[in-house]
Design a protein around this ligand. Structure first.
Ligand SMILES: [Fe+2]
Ligand SMILES: [Fe+2]
Length: 295
């Protein structure tokens, strides 16, 4: 049974070309409002908490892919891995700059949260075999891909962002969608299999939400609104009540449990083409931040 499921779970690599863009955003603590998402402390602190996880989390993703890339035989996938590594490294750099801005705005707990995450990831690196680590990356890349696609598709989600913050989050969403299949294809090339993939997804889901909500609670406490439910209700409803940001992702989340699932089952080629043009095309809104491609 396990072998049959594993056989179903080895789709061929279908990762497309992944461009490496060098960007340099401007995070001025004086210009970015403290509650930069629609003046809403709940949603802003959730996004801040996610940003605090990105630099170390994405470094873990890169290391887990590098550790098993020697299994990759397809030159196209090998090139896609280079693109994936380049994109994630740049995300880490820009989110680190964003996180330093949070510190400059007085959010001292950001240091503690990043230290705790480092400790958690050190434990994972020491105790889990490489294929399990890569399965964790695949699980969390599914999360980032779902959230990124939502952000690209839903004007209602983008609309609340302060203009100073939109470049970072739209650029990151585009690139998460571009490379959503790379870790998964490397996992398949390394013979990862179905049971490990979905088992790790269940564990990763619990740990991801526990850590993110814990981090968000710290950020809310520093905003002095953690115990003021009337300030949190609107944002809480927008994220968790159907069709909230997270609740509307439930069907896409469960697709991951299908034997034979592949991230590219959800074809987003047209969406990516639109956003590449809008952000980095001839009159792209982020062209001013682009410092070129890098090798
Ligand atoms: Fe990323
Ligand atoms: Fe990613």
């Amino acid at each position: 049974m396990v072998a049959a499921l594993a056989a179903l779970d080895t789709n061929p690599a279908v990762s497309a070309e992944i461009p490496r863009r060098a960007v340099d955003f401007d995070f001025d603590p004086a210009r970015v409002p403290q509650d930069w998402y629609a003046n809403d402390p709940y949603i802003t602190s959730m996004l801040d908490a996610l940003s605090l996880l990105f630099p170390e989390g994405e470094r873990f993703f890169v290391d887990s892919v590098k550790a098993l890339r020697h299994h990759v035989r397809d030159p196209e996938l090998d090139a896609a891995v280079d693109g994936f590594i380049g994109q994630e490294a740049m995300h880490g750099r820009e989110h680190r700059a964003f996180n330093e801005m949070l510190l400059a705005q007085g959010f001292q707990s950001s240091v503690k949260i990043e230290r705790q995450l480092k400790g958690l990831l050190r434990l994972v690196r020491r105790t889990l075999p490489k294929r399990q680590q890569l399965a964790a990356t695949c699980a969390l890349e599914h999360f980032t891909a779902m959230m990124a696609e939502s952000l690209l598709r839903k004007e209602g989600m983008r609309g609340g962002m302060d203009a100073t913050m939109r470049p970072l989050w739209m650029w990151h969403a585009l690139e998460e969608s571009e490379h959503k299949a790379v870790a998964y294809d490397v996992y398949n090339a390394a013979g990862g299999g179905y049971v490990r993939r979905v088992g790790i997804m269940l564990v990763a889901t619990v740990i991801f939400f526990a850590f993110t909500l814990w981090s968000q609670a710290h950020m809310l406490a520093e905003r002095r609104v953690l115990w003021k439910p009337w300030r949190l209700l609107r944002g809480f409803g927008q994220l968790w009540f159907y069709p909230g940001w997270f609740t509307r992702l439930v069907p896409a989340y469960f697709q991951y449990f299908k034997p034979g699932f592949h991230p590219n089952d959800r074809d987003n080629a047209a969406l990516l083409a639109t956003w590449r043009e809008q952000l980095f095309g001839k009159s792209g809104e982020l062209k001013q931040y682009l410092r070129g491609a890098y090798a």
